[in-house]
Write a protein that binds this ligand. Structure first.
Ligand SMILES: [Zn+2]
Length: 257
């Protein structure tokens, strides 16, 4: 009897905590999930998602294959708990610049209004950059829906393509990143292999410019064809090139543009 009462007492707070705090709203092409904390800003976020969807569909000349979910987390702790679960990494601690992720089925996002407090790199006041970041994640969603590995858990050597394409299509390959890239190429400071492109402080410029190069050299249709592949060898084969030739031609292209 005593045991039963104690159990009830102990369980009660957890039961209350486990009450679903999520509010779900069906929108065109996706479901928006948010908590009470983001009720006032959710329409602003939804408008940015709508804009991003348009940009992505225009870029690829096609629609998202399936509907997906957009989850707005009120803080880092909440998104981190989800990432730990999704990636099966119970001890995962996110870097302070990480505010979002995208796979075929969903986009996870720390509420942008919380970025000033919860992130070391992103500011809510910089709306064009917030939009670009959301569009970037939507490119991942679109990409995942076409890819052999929809959550990108089984990809080999294509981080540069996944991130480069998102950077390029979302308009994050800007003048300052290109200027940095020119400097890095001039100083012979660019990596010798593609697997190092999405690393270090030039990663956006490096990876984004390879996507730009492929787009201009091979065309949008071929770039779109690459969405299906989860292995570097298949990507290189589709481009009928080798890694060293691709890098040589990329460098020439960047320097002449
Ligand atoms: Zn990304």
């Amino acid at each position: 009897m005593i045991k039963v009462s104690l159990t009830c007492l102990l369980l009660l707070p957890f039961t209350l905590l486990a009450t679903d705090p999520w509010i779900k709203e069906k929108r065109t092409g996706y479901t928006l999930a948010y908590t009470e904390a983001d009720k006032t800003e959710k329409d602003v976020y939804a408008a940015m998602v709508d804009n991003g969807i348009k940009t992505v569909q225009t870029f690829f000349g096609g629609k998202f294959k399936t509907e997906f979910e957009v989850w707005i987390y009120p803080n880092r702790l909440a998104i981190e708990a989800q990432w730990q679960k999704d990636w099966n990494l119970p001890d995962f601690k996110s870097e302070c610049w990480m505010v979002a992720s995208g796979v075929a089925t969903k986009l996870d996002l720390i509420a942008p209004k919380a970025w000033d407090k919860e992130s070391c790199e992103h500011k809510y006041a910089d709306k064009p950059k917030v939009q670009q970041l959301i569009t970037h994640e939507l490119v991942h969603v679109f990409h995942g829906q076409q890819n052999a590995s929809p959550d990108f858990s089984d990809v080999v050597g294509i981080d540069w393509l996944v991130e480069g394409l998102a950077t390029y299509a979302a308009g994050q390959l800007d003048e300052s990143r290109l200027a940095e890239l020119h400097k890095a190429i001039g100083a012979n400071a660019t990596p010798a292999t593609l697997d190092k492109f999405w690393t270090g402080k030039f990663k956006y410029g490096l990876s984004g410019s390879v996507a730009w190069f492929i787009d201009k050299r091979y065309g949008r249709a071929r770039l779109k064809q690459l969405l299906a592949y989860n292995k570097l060898d298949d990507v290189l084969q589709a481009l009928n090139t080798t890694e060293s030739d691709l890098l040589r031609d990329w460098k020439k292209f960047v320097l002449s543009n």
